[in-house]
Ligand binder design. Structure first.
Ligand SMILES: Cc1cc2nc3c(=O)[nH]c(=O)nc-3n(C[C@H](O)[C@H](O)[C@H](O)COP(=O)(O)O)c2cc1C
Length: 173
């Protein structure tokens, strides 16, 4: 499949809003937006270029991140998939004020799961311009995807998305 798949979950909030923003930035004719809830293993495997969007919804102990997440329902279906033919870029919604010690942890979790299946992960972002205490989405001085905070710094989202889309467009090709 030549189009880029943009797979996101949950629906109806900031993760979906950003999916639309990314789609406009890339060009709607080049991308297919798919809520992860509507995705099948076969459809997922048919794309070579994929963008995944996730929100971190932790709870008191935080360990349960994926429990209530649409992604957790999809993942068992690709447990035996080989994603070596795929390049995948992930973005993650979070809240760097209320959850400063777990900022976009779900983004880190999603990237590691996809990488473990053989996918080439692209779209790393320098940590410099973010404030947080700790994040599971950091490796070697970079976020391993694009963190976004629509709760406390939504004004920064359009520029962050623009810059990231330019970056991943190069990395995809
Ligand atoms: C119960 C709850 C737990 C959350 N836990 C975290 C967290 O651990 N880390 C984080 O960065 N953001 C956390 N957030 C913030 C969400 O990720 C953020 O509001 C996001 O934009 C929600 O995405 P959505 O609007 O697509 O649902 C939490 C939000 C809620 C409501």
């Amino acid at each position: 499949m030549n189009k880029i798949a943009l797979i996101y979950g949950p629906q109806g909030g900031s993760t979906e809003k950003v999916a639309q923003l990314i789609s406009e930035e890339i060009g709607e004719e080049k991308i297919e937006l798919i809520p992860v809830k509507e995705l099948t293993k076969e459809k997922f495997e048919s794309y070579k270029k994929v963008i995944c969007g996730v929100a971190t919804i932790g709870d008191d102990t935080w360990d349960q991140t994926f429990r209530k997440d649409d992604w957790s329902e999809f993942f068992p279906s690709i447990l035996n998939s080989d994603l070596q033919h795929q390049k995948i870029a992930c973005y993650g919604l979070g809240d760097h004020v209320t959850y400063a010690a777990h900022f976009v942890d779900g983004l880190g979790k999603l990237v590691r799961l996809l990488r473990d299946k053989g996918a080439t992960m692209i779209g790393r972002v320098p940590i410099d311009e973010y404030n947080y205490i700790h994040s599971e989405a950091i490796e070697e001085g970079h976020f391993i995807g694009l963190p976004l905070d629509e709760d406390f710094e939504s004004e920064k989202t359009p520029e962050r998305v623009k810059r990231w889309v330019r970056q991943i467009s190069l990395e995809f090709n």
